[in-house]
Design a protein around this ligand. Structure first.
Ligand code: UD1
Ligand code: CA
Length: 468
């Protein structure tokens, strides 16, 4: 633990340019929110505490951080939330932390909640260089091909840092400067506080700019980062898409290096919390969010899987799966929908236009065509015929269906729950079954069929037709 170092993350802003009800720092990039990225990065320097300045929808931001699956408990315990009641600017935001900072801390690394891709190695290097120079402020900066929107670094003729000018306040000549402020700083305490108190909102946005402290801190320098994407700030949804495609490509490349085949990767979307074993093939158009996939599976084309685990050797084509546990060597799709709390055992076959919900299906069972199975337990080696459904809902309550091993349910059978169908039962096609069925039973429950040869209806229709 570095007892002298504290980290501040500025995350109180609304993010007006996102045009959203969601606070900007809660926008996800491949399943992880921006604020989670920044907290993870800041923790890499092992600071004594991490101060997160929240304001706009503070409770929502706080809740997300505390429930994060990405931030480890030992990091969560270092987080101190500081509220900025009114969003009067980044300088005002940082000043709010003054009374919270631990007395042992003499150095503050300050990060922006909307600069998510900063790498731990860069932060470490930035900090190490700072320690050697003994300045009051060090500004992490970068040369951008297109510096639009960023604060420009103004230097003296001898190349020293003089000022930072925001886009809106910059002259045409200053706008041509490509060296920009990344929004990541290291400050020496307590000098920062007196400088922060001197800044005034005398600019186009009428905000207390953190960048104005440069004017009041005599010893200053810049640290140049050579990787612009790391310090790209997200202000608009267009910025977000750019960053997300970079992150997504990184995730996909990593998976490929670990033995996963991803055909046509530009059409595939995969979030951070996806684990895939070697020799899995992901086919075009597939979306995977929070999924574990074991070896030798084939997923896609055009398959969406969320919050699920898929055991080895399973094939899923053109399907939608959410909150399910799929066993090994299953065949799913095309056009299957598997809803939450569904568990499939091994070698289960789920076919086209089949919907499963909150059901357990044992090994070797086949539900291959046009079925709805809800709130059910189906044992092994059962065959559910085309169009058969469980009628689990009576308009008020949901009821359970049990079907025993080896049973053969013919096509178009309505199974009215609650019901228990024993093992080795055969139910004739078109039956509507309402009562429990004991094992080794044949059930037929349909209207008696009547055939009338030469009936007048036949005559009326076909005689008329023959005249025409
Ligand atoms: C800021 C810098 C700019 C830099 C850019 C890098 C200032 C004045 N300018 O501009 O030089 O090039 O970042 O991305 O800082 N915030 C608060 N409370 C507020 C206002 C902002 O907590 O009252 C937070 C925001 O949530 C955000 C950060 O401070 O995380 C930066 O604010 P933002 O308005 O995005 O500043 P930029 O215009 O991007
Ligand atoms: Ca910003």
């Amino acid at each position: 633990m570095n007892n002298k170092l504290g980290c501040v993350i500025l995350a109180a802003g609304e993010g007006t340019r996102m045009k959203s009800e969601l606070p900007k720092v809660l926008f996800p990039i491949c399943g992880k929110t921006m604020i989670e990225y920044v907290i993870e990065a800041s923790s890499s320097l092992n600071p004594l505490q991490i101060y997160v300045v929240i304001g706009y929808k503070a409770d929502l931001v706080k809740q997300k951080i505390l429930s994060s699956e990405y931030i480890k408990p030992n990091i969560k315990s270092k987080i101190v939330f500081v509220t900025q009641k009114q969003q009067l600017g980044s300088g005002h935001a940082l000043l709010q932390t003054k009374n919270f900072i631990d007395k042992k801390i003499d150095t503050l690394l300050t990060l922006s909640g909307d600069v998510p891709l900063i790498e731990p190695t860069t932060l470490k290097e930035f900090y190490n260089v700072y320690k050697k120079t003994k300045v009051d402020i060090s500004v992490l900066c970068v040369k951008m091909q297109n510096p639009q929107g960023y604060g420009r670094i103004i230097k003296t003729p001898s190349g020293d840092l003089k000022d930072i000018v925001e886009e809106q306040d910059a002259t045409e000549i200053q706008k041509k400067i490509k060296e920009v402020n990344a929004g990541i700083y290291i400050f020496k305490l307590p000098k920062l506080w007196s400088a922060l108190k001197k800044i005034r909102p005398d600019n186009v946005k009428k905000e207390y700019y953190l960048t104005d402290v440069v004017k009041f801190l005599p010893k200053k320098n810049v640290y140049l980062c050579n990787n612009p994407i790391e310090v790209a700030g997200v202000n608009t949804r267009a910025d977000l898409v750019e960053i997300e495609s970079y992150v997504k490509n990184k995730i996909i490349k990593n998976l490929m290096l670990n033995g996963v085949s991803i055909v046509s990767p530009e059409t595939v979307y995969i979030t951070h919390n996806v684990k895939i074993e070697p020799d899995v093939t992901i086919l075009p158009g597939s979306v995977l969010e929070n999924v574990i996939i074991e070896k030798n599976c084939e997923i896609g084309p055009y398959t969406y899987i969320k919050d699920s685990t898929i055991a080895e050797g399973t094939k899923i084509v053109f399907s939608y799966i959410e909150g399910a546990k799929i066993g090994p060597y299953c065949k799913i799709g095309p056009y299957s929908r598997i809803r939450p709390q569904t568990i499939l055992d091994k070698n289960v076959s789920i076919g086209n236009f089949v919907e499963l919900k909150n059901s357990v299906v044992q090994e070797m069972t086949k539900i291959n065509h046009l079925s709805y199975i809800g709130d059910s337990e189906i044992e092994k080696m059962v065959n559910i015929g085309a169009g058969s459904i469980t009628c689990n809902y009576d308009g008020v309550k949901k009821h359970k269906t049990y079907i025993g091993a080896n049973s053969f349910i013919g096509s178009n059978v309505n199974i009215i729950a609650p019901i228990k169908i024993g093992h080795n039962v055969v139910i004739a096609a078109g039956s509507t079954v309402t009562k429990d069925v004991p094992p080794y039973t044949f059930v037929i429950a349909r209207e008696k069929e009547i055939h009338k040869v030469g009936h007048r209806i036949v005559k009326r229709i076909f005689n008329k037709n023959s005249k025409e």
